[in-house]
Write a protein that binds this ligand. Structure first.
Ligand code: FAD
Length: 486
């Protein structure tokens, strides 16, 4: 039987392993860390549990179908709840907007709290659904680099719809036309950060993202996000995938434009097919330095990174929900800092994720597990120690101001995740969360393809290649490569 070697056990590596094992290959996954999941992992301390990376879960069908194609009942492995409240938004003037997953309730809330009408909100979300329907099959579920992908009637239909998909205006321009109130505009502009982009530069087609939450729903796995990794690794092992941890691949050996084996400190693993889940920069820079591609890969702008404080908080805050946003007053300046001067704005937008609101055992009784995150630039040689110390002070002061409580005094446990740690832990180039940004209208086409044109048996999956970053797209990349590999 033919052998597949997968480099990396991020979510896309695990999904590729399941799909290819089901196709009859013998699959081995080599992971540099002692644990699977890459960015999708967890940490614990002082009675608190935190999801370390992703916190927002959309399109759960991309996970459950992995159980179905393996002949298993998904609910025997993996269960999740739909969230009624998508997010609570807080503004400095005291306004609070609760985004209910029911579009009518949300639209009425916007009409009540801002000068925008419920009707406009509903129209905007209908447009978001239109973009989703026009692009889903053609641009997200297929390679953009195979001619067959463009030879279907449905693709041609999508191409004719391009002028209506807002690719020629920025997301902010589209949102400023749709709404009058800066609070509503900020709320919808923030969706650009779901793939690490800048709403003032990214094309309006990114207005597809609100549909993922409002149309398809936001979910939370029963045991937290980490259960996505746990349950899929359990499934993969049951169907015969072999995992090797603490097994960093240092080179891919090639001969006559074919990959033959990969090298680790324990020796060589031979494979008929090599799937790289590691960041595409790492692959070209470290594993196949003879390949020609690195320069093109490096020309593209990285997505933003993140600074996260995991705080065990000794009190409950009834005004907060699972997902909460405390908005900056000047969103444009915040993005100029992130993408132009590569620094952190003094009044950053703060995201607080509290899974213990839904999963009681994630924090001791009467306490909460706060995952406090701000978007920050990726790594360009900045003085991070200084920037992080200043950001921590600014974050604490803003949260305390908005919630009317001295939060620093309530911190019982603290850990941090910085862009450098993200880079070191998962080999993600410059610590970016989502590979490359979508800050130009051509970004989708410039993202690296899912196969190598130089080496016939090397494939690429994960957030740094087509169709992009985030759990759903990383899972889609696994689906795309499994279609190529006959
Ligand atoms: P990774 O998770 O990057 O995994 C790659 C794996 O390859 C790692 O395990 C790494 O150790 C391994 N590896 C690398 N090099 C080697 C080597 N040489 N040898 C062996 N192994 C190697 N997405 C969402 O959908 N929702 C969110 O809310 C969200 N929030 C996020 C918040 C944070 C803080 C972060 C960091 C990310 C977030 N994301 C979110 C993005 C999401 O986590 C990623 O897009 C997705 O997990 C990427 O999966 P992946 O399979 O591409 O790769």
């Amino acid at each position: 039987m033919k052998k597949v070697i997968i480099i990396g056990s991020g979510i896309a590596g695990i999904a590729s392993a399941i799909r290819l094992q089901n196709k009859g290959y013998v699959v081995q996954v080599l992971e540099k860390n002692a644990y699977p999941g890459g960015k999708l992992t967890q940490l614990k301390g002082n009675g608190f549990r935190f999801d370390a990376g992703p916190s927002l879960f959309t399109m759960p069908n991309l996970v459950t179908e992995l159980f179905e194609i393996s002949g298993k009942n998904p609910s025997d492995y993996f269960n999740f709840d739909k969230l009624d409240i998508l997010c609570n938004y807080f503004y400095e003037d005291g306004t609070r907007i609760s985004a209910n997953s029911d579009i009518q309730i949300f639209a009425d809330e916007i009409e009540k709290k801002t000068c925008d009408s419920a009707e406009n909100v509903k129209k905007h979300l209908e447009k978001s659904q239109f973009i989703y329907k026009a692009t889903e099959q053609q641009f997200l579920n297929k390679s953009l680099h195979k001619i067959e992908s463009f030879l279907s009637l449905s693709t041609l239909a999508s191409i004719f719809k391009l002028p209506f998909l807002n690719i020629f205006s920025s997301m902010n321009q589209v949102n400023e036309k749709a709404f009058k109130d800066s609070k509503t505009i900020r709320l919808f502009n923030r969706y650009a950060t779901y793939n690490g982009s800048n709403p003032y530069k990214a094309p309006g087609i990114l207005n597809i993202i609100p549909h993922l939450e409002f149309g398809l729903g936001a979910y939370l796995p029963k045991g937290g996000m980490h259960e996505i990794t746990n349950s899929l690794v359990k499934l993969a092992k049951e169907i015969g995938v072999k995992f090797y941890f603490n097994e960093e691949v240092t080179a891919i050996e090639t001969d006559n434009k074919l990959a033959k084996s990969v090298v680790t400190k324990s020796g060589n693993y031979e494979g008929d097919i090599i799937v790289c889940n590691a960041d595409i920069h790492t692959v070209y820079d470290k594993l196949i330095p003879s390949a020609k591609k690195l320069e093109t890969v490096d020309k593209q702008e990285r997505s933003s990174s993140a600074l996260i404080f995991y705080w065990g908080i000794g009190k409950e805050f009834p005004d907060l929900d699972v997902h909460n946003i405390l908005f900056t007053e000047d969103y444009k300046t915040e993005f100029n800092h992130l993408f132009d001067s590569k620094t952190i704005y003094e009044d950053p937008t703060i995201y607080i994720n509290i899974t213990s609101k839904h999963i009681k055992k994630d924090a001791p009784e009467g306490k909460e597990n706060w995952f406090v995150m701000i978007n920050v630039p990726s790594v360009y040689g900045q003085d991070w120690d200084h920037m992080i110390a200043v950001a921590r002070k600014n974050i604490l002061s803003k949260i305390s101001r908005v919630l009317g409580e001295n939060v620093e005094k309530l911190i019982e446990f603290e850990e941090q995740l910085t862009p450098q740690l993200i880079q070191n832990k998962t080999n993600s180039f410059k610590g970016s969360l989502y590979g490359t940004s979508s800050n130009t209208r051509f970004s989708a086409f410039l993202r690296h393809k899912n196969f190598s044109s130089e080496y016939k048996n090397i494939y690429f999956c994960g957030g740094s290649v087509h169709p992009g970053g985030g759990i759903p797209l990383a899972l889609s990349s696994a689906k795309i490569i499994a279609k190529f590999i006959k």
